[in-house]
Write a protein that binds this ligand. Structure first.
Ligand code: MLT
Length: 269
């Protein structure tokens, strides 16, 4: 049974997260433009071995932050507050894409709580100037009433050709979930990503194992970029998936369950 919990703290009028299962804790942080249900295909099996904690980042689901501008550091703080609320001192932290930027910030600020860091279709590099400009243009489109068009196109492009041909209905369901996000949340997320620093040093100095999940057909975090970073930590688990774009939790769920399970068990052994 997945439980949806909420609580409040000083800067967060509401923090919402999903919890399922028992065992060593594995945190799953969603990306953009998603919420914690992103992981729903993989949490049933993983929850047989681990306690799955999947927060909604501020602006997604019911989570609200009122302490100023959103940043990936605030996203990391959201995760820390959830773990504190749950009385969890150490967890494997897995983050998908934007959730990976938050996971890297978490590992930077709370290394003693990081038992392992799983980077799912993400990067430790900051945005290039070109990428920042693309995001600013997207913000302009969203602000001019183009949210729906932007979301449909953006989410549609996250999948491999094989998945697009065979699983159009699943993509449409994901698009509908993304369309629920308010315009302000999309803009806040994009500004947070524009402003995030690179965190390659977190990898180089990691006292914990690091996992890389890479899609061969990922247009959002190209394989070539991930391959430049996936040897920087001392202990690296690297998986490259064929027929996979940016969304292995939907495109290759069995592989992701197996790899996340193996990694989390290793980190807690
Ligand atoms: C995501 O999936 O979270 C986004 O593609 C991240 C990004 O745009 O950098």
């Amino acid at each position: 049974m997945v439980a949806y919990h909420t609580f409040e703290t000083e800067s967060f009028p509401k923090i919402a997260y999903r919890k399922i299962g028992s065992g060593d804790p594995l945190v799953l942080i969603h990306g953009f433009p998603e919420n914690s249900t992103l992981w729903q295909q993989i949490w049933p099996e993983l929850s047989e071995r681990f306690t799955i904690i999947a927060p909604d980042l501020p602006g997604s689901g019911e989570t609200v932050y009122n302490g100023g501008a959103l940043s990936v550091e605030v996203m990391a703080l959201t995760v820390q507050r959830v773990l504190e609320h749950e009385g969890i001192e150490e967890a494997v932290i897995a983050g998908h894409s934007m959730g990976g930027y938050a996971a890297l910030a978490f590992a930077d600020f709370f290394p003693e709580m990081t038992k392992g860091l799983s980077l799912v279709h993400t990067t430790a590099y900051a945005d290039t100037e070109e990428k920042k400009e693309t995001r600013r243009k997207a913000i302009g489109i969203i602000r001019k009433g183009g949210k729906d068009v932007f979301v449909r196109q953006m989410v549609g492009n996250l999948f491999s050709d094989w998945f697009k041909e065979n699983h159009a209905a699943a993509i449409n369901r994901q698009i509908e979930t993304s369309l629920v996000l308010p315009e302000d949340s999309l803009v806040d997320f994009y500004n947070a990503m524009i402003n995030r620093p690179g965190r390659v040093e977190v990898l180089r100095s990691a006292a914990f194992p690091v996992q890389w999940i890479i899609g061969k057909e990922d247009n959002a975090t190209p394989m070539a970029q991930a391959l430049q970073q996936c040897y920087l930590a001392n202990v690296n688990f690297v998986s490259v998936y064929a027929n996979c774009g940016h969304m292995s939790m939907m495109e290759q769920p069995a592989k992701l369950i197996s790899d996340l399970g193996t990694f989390t068990a290793y980190c807690f052994k």
